[in-house]
Design a protein around this ligand. Structure first.
Ligand code: PLP
Length: 453
């Protein structure tokens, strides 16, 4: 159809399997290590934190993992998600490039996060777990898990990074609406939180601190497990429904991507979009450039180091080999709260080391300018995180304008920003700052990397 904007799939065309990229890679990623012994962690080490089904997915060597029927039934509430051609944005930019975006903001919680919160809640409930704990940055992950826990009758406690807790009261209310309890992090109800508050009473928090608090409570209570919204292999695998659908939808449009861009906090929406395309690329069926976009205020890929580091600030969580700014790094409280993690998914870090993907960093004012331009042409207000992807898509489209190339650009618009309007307000009123991140701040945080690993 000429001028087609939306490419939609039937429910019957929804993927019935998640894609595990690990067996297709030239080498496997280095294993997580026990924080005390520095030996590879086994299922028994992870048992106090995760249900066995997820532990087995974390180390799975199967290329395809079936999606359980009860999870598919819930996915049907919003999946398959639409793929849009950004015709009005293209026109506004005057570019010959064709820009497509896979929109995950149609989920009940407004982002891609329910793609993994639902299976995580399902597997926990199936193994008799009654309570979960988690952290949340922007509040998107917390609301996604609160939604999933409501469906499976699980009790949920969320540690929300203090800066987001103050900036996003409606995210907190959304979590409470779904039945969760929300604590600002650092909090005085965990030893990890109290230790931070003793040293920095005004701490704005970080994902690393919030993870320590949630892990501490899960590890110390027999009936409680912990749930993570990004970073780990099984989380990225659950998100591959995004890329699998996008492959079918781009085929409907008669297109193959030349460039794929996505924002990276811990890497889950980017991995979810990119991995199925990377499979096609490694098999020689297409050849897109795949580019991660991270915030200049928390640049783990582009300015971090590739080393074993703690997944959390207090050092309770396993050591992960990843691109990291150091677990003691506290990023500037930028509005893209979901991108403020000191590390990067070990799987994506490994893939980056293999040279299969590239990365760039963008300051938030450029991203909000891009988000505004997107909102004023396409109508959807992007969440602060995917404004990074939109900024990179616009940059690429403007390059095409210069060169005259008709590239196909694909991105994930992984969430809407209707609960993030305060951040847009600051941008609109000229109050948004881009703080320079000095090398010394990074090197000081990296000096705290664990030794002897
Ligand atoms: C809308 C949105 N996009 C992106 C992210 C970043 O996470 P990830 O890199 O795992 O996709 C978050 C995290 O909270 C988010 O809420």
């Amino acid at each position: 159809m000429p001028n087609q904007v939306k490419y939609v799939l039937q429910e019957s065309e929804m993927p019935r399997q998640w894609y595990n990229i690990v067996p297709d890679l030239p080498s496997p990623p280095p294993p997580p290590l026990h924080p005390g012994t520095h030996q590879p962690v086994g299922p028994d080490d992870l048992g106090p934190l995760f249900p066995m089904a997820l532990i087995m997915q974390e180390v799975s060597g199967d290329r395809q993992v079936p999606i359980p029927e009860p999870v598919l039934d819930i996915y049907r509430l919003w999946r398959p998600t639409p793929l849009y051609r950004a015709r009005r944005l293209e026109q506004d930019l005057g570019t010959p490039a064709r820009i497509y975006y896979k929109y995950e903001g149609v989920s009940p919680a407004g982002s891609h996060k329910p793609n993994t919160s639902v299976p995580q809640a399902y597997y926990n409930a199936a193994e008799g777990v009654r309570k979960l704990t988690t952290e949340t940055g922007a509040g998107q992950w917390g609301s996604a898990l609160a939604f999933a826990c409501a469906l499976f009758g699980l009790d949920l406690q969320v540690w929300m990074v203090r800066s987001s807790f103050d900036q996003k009261p409606y995210r907190k209310l959304l979590m409470e609406t779904y039945g969760a309890t929300v604590h600002p992090s650092p909090s005085d109800i965990t030893s990890a939180g109290r230790a931070i508050l003793a040293e920095h009473p005004e701490s704005t928090g970080s994902l690393g601190i919030a993870i320590s608090e949630a892990v501490e409570i899960a590890g110390g209570n027999e009936d409680t497990r912990y749930s993570l919204g990004s970073v780990l292999n099984h989380v990225l695998m659950h998100q591959t429904v995004i890329g699998e659908e996008a492959i079918k939808q781009l085929a409907q449009a008669g297109e193959r991507p030349d460039v794929i861009v996505g924002c990276t906090g811990g890497g889950s929406n980017f991995g979810g979009l990119a991995f199925p395309f990377l499979r096609e690329k490694m098999a020689g069926r297409m050849n897109p450039v795949i580019r991660a976009v991270e915030p200049a205020a928390c640049p783990s890929f582009t300015r971090g180091t590739y080393a074993y580091d703690f997944g959390d600030t207090a050092g309770f969580a396993p050591l992960l080999k990843m691109h990291t700014l150091g677990h003691e790094f506290i990023p500037d409280p930028i509005h893209a709260g979901g991108l403020r993690y000191h590390g990067m998914s070990p799987l994506l870090s490994h893939i980056y080391e293999l040279g299969l993907i590239e990365a760039v960093a963008k300051p938030q004012s450029e991203c909000f300018a891009a988000g505004l331009r997107f909102a004023r042409t396409e109508g959807i207000v992007p969440a602060p995180e995917p404004t990074h992807a939109v900024a990179a898509a616009i940059e690429e489209a403007l390059r095409c304008k210069e060169s005259g190339e008709e590239k196909v650009i694909l991105t994930a618009l992984c969430g809407h920003g209707l609960l993030d309007l305060q951040a847009y307000g600051e941008y609109l009123h000229g109050e948004m700052r881009d703080l320079e991140l000095r090398d010394t701040v990074i090197s000081e945080a990296l000096a705290g990397l664990p030794v002897g690993v």
